[in-house]
Design a binder for this molecule. Structure first.
Ligand SMILES: NC(=O)c1ccc[n+]([C@@H]2O[C@H](COP(=O)([O-])OP(=O)(O)OC[C@H]3O[C@@H](n4cnc5c(N)ncnc54)[C@H](OP(=O)(O)O)[C@@H]3O)[C@@H](O)[C@H]2O)c1
Length: 204
């Protein structure tokens, strides 16, 4: 699978490295250009390649891993999504540590805003409900960590669920962005909820 990643901090670099190790063709972009990423990619030991934002958004599956307030800067109207999958990993923080502040979307939801900024993309919400250090922390033998998935397009949700499975996680698809996406959003009942499930084939 050709995967593009927008954002190269904790989330972007972790996903780039893990998806490349799993055998995918991964490119990763930040706001400052590919040259600025060489050291971070080398340090992560990632098989991913540094790219421009334009190269990353041209991939089959694109992960959005930038700060919430930067989303409109990266999802510019000139991008022709043509049905490609856009995975919204963002959380709707207006500011983070030490002064955490959550954006007031006035009844709207993050993934629906993302979908409106990326018309023609199949938007799937995933990877946002837990800190990355929790998502990829070791689990007890025969247990897998659950990762919630929301989206309006069944095929896109299946594609992202398969990718989640490649990382050793257990995807649970919950429904639409409007309903499930809200449950997963900061302040929603699934935000910060950590669940483990028996790995398939594990005996009880
Ligand atoms: N950290 C976690 O554990 C975690 C867990 C779940 C969800 N999330 C969410 O995932 C997103 C990413 O979080 P993060 O912790 O990895 O770091 P972050 O600080 O939110 O993201 C920084 C990255 O975004 C890039 N960026 C900013 N504007 C850009 C633009 N216009 N075009 C391309 N790249 C741009 C930055 O590139 P430059 O440095 O070049 O500006 C940098 O690589 C956030 O929305 C966060 O809320 C984080």
């Amino acid at each position: 699978m050709k995967i593009g990643i927008l954002g190269a901090a904790t989330v972007g670099l972790t996903l780039a490295t893990k998806f490349a190790v799993a055998g995918n063709d991964v490119v990763i972009a930040n706001s400052r250009g590919p040259e600025s990423l060489a050291a971070a990619i080398a340090e992560a030991g990632s098989g991913a390649r540094a790219a421009t934002v334009a190269q990353a958004v041209a991939c089959d599956v694109v992960f959005l891993a930038v700060p919430w307030l930067k989303v409109p800067d990266v999802l510019t109207p000139d991008i022709a999504w043509d049905g490609r999958v856009l995975v919204d990993v963002t959380n709707i923080f207006e500011s983070t540590a030490p002064n955490y502040r959550v954006a007031d979307l006035k009844g709207d939801s993050g993934s629906e805003i993302v979908a409106r900024l990326a018309p023609g993309a199949k938007v799937v919400k995933a990877f946002n409900t837990l800190p990355f250090k929790v998502i990829f922390a070791p689990t007890p033998a025969n247990l897998k960590r659950v990762l919630f998935v929301a989206g309006d397009d069944g095929e896109a949700v299946s594609t992202v669920s398969s990718l989640i499975g490649e990382l050793g996680l257990h995807p649970v698809a919950l429904g639409s962005n409007a309903v499930a996406g809200r449950l997963m959003e900061l302040g929603g009942p699934l935000s910060s909820l950590e669940l483990l499930t028996p790995a398939q084939g594990a005996s009880s």
